[in-house]
Design a protein around this ligand. Structure first.
Ligand SMILES: [Zn+2]
Length: 249
């Protein structure tokens, strides 16, 4: 079969000529595959199967993994490799996709979200914190973890000076219904951050990266989407920790 894929992980074992990759494919989601001879830089499949390469792969199914027969690069995000902060953020996106995207099922929406995020990141077209927030929240939604951000879960109010957002339940409670922090937990969420999260969740895909906020607002948004991701998945990611450790705040 032939499918388009983004290489989200690359394992090169010392002394072996083959490259082992994890790829997010359009037609069959996440796959593990080996690429014959790709460690040899002269091999025509080499560039197209490096981390962050978006390529057209011809595959066949081996006994326990796929074999890449040919790989043609469509776009290679080279710009990301020269900037350690951007590269680490891109690797976190890849790690998150590896956990959230399906296997043996089409994953076109996941792939499109990844490609758009990497493109904006490479081209400096959006604040990296904004890209991160959109990718986290939108990808969680695709994977079935979409929070209920329509209205207060008790009275149905759409607006409030500030709402409580329960990371665990993914729901809102307004300040009128619960002046104090609700028993079932929740953190304060400002109207701006809530508006941005609603935009990310409910807008058409083409528009989900298109909104503006103050720098402080974007950072707060990114903290909230990250905390929501960690609460829902019950874990963090090494690549995310690394990204935070090298960021210039
Ligand atoms: Zn309410």
């Amino acid at each position: 079969m032939t499918t388009e894929a983004l290489i989200i992980r690359e394992n090169n074992n010392i002394g072996e000529a083959d490259r082992f990759v994890t790829a997010l494919t359009r037609d069959i989601g996440i796959i593990r595959a080996s690429v014959r001879g790709a460690r040899n830089l002269k091999n025509r499949n080499s560039t197209a199967t490096q981390l962050l390469s978006y390529s057209r792969l011809t595959l066949h199914r081996g006994r326990d993994k796929y074999i890449v027969e040919t790989a043609q690069p469509i776009s290679v995000f080279f710009e990301l490799r020269s900037d350690i902060v951007k590269l680490s953020l891109a690797q976190y996106f890849c790690e998150l996709a590896g956990v959230l995207a399906p296997q043996e099922e089409p994953a076109e929406d996941f792939l499109r979200l990844m490609l758009n995020s990497l493109h904006f990141l490479a081209e400096n077209q959006r604040d990296p914190h904004l890209i991160k927030a959109v990718l986290e929240l939108r990808m969680l939604g695709l994977a079935g973890f979409m929070p209920d951000l329509m209205a207060c879960s008790m009275c149905g109010a759409f607006e409030s000076d500030s709402m409580w957002f329960s990371m665990r339940e993914g729901s809102l409670i307004c300040r009128e219904c619960s002046p104090q922090q609700p028993v079932r937990g929740g953190c304060r969420i400002t109207p701006n951050v809530l508006a941005a999260m609603r935009h990310i969740n409910f807008s058409e895909f083409e528009k989900c990266f298109s909104f503006t906020m103050s720098d402080d607002g974007i950072r707060m948004l990114s903290k909230q989407t990250e905390a929501f991701m960690q609460t829902q998945l019950g874990r963090s990611f090494k690549t995310l920790d690394f990204y935070h450790s090298i960021q210039k705040e």
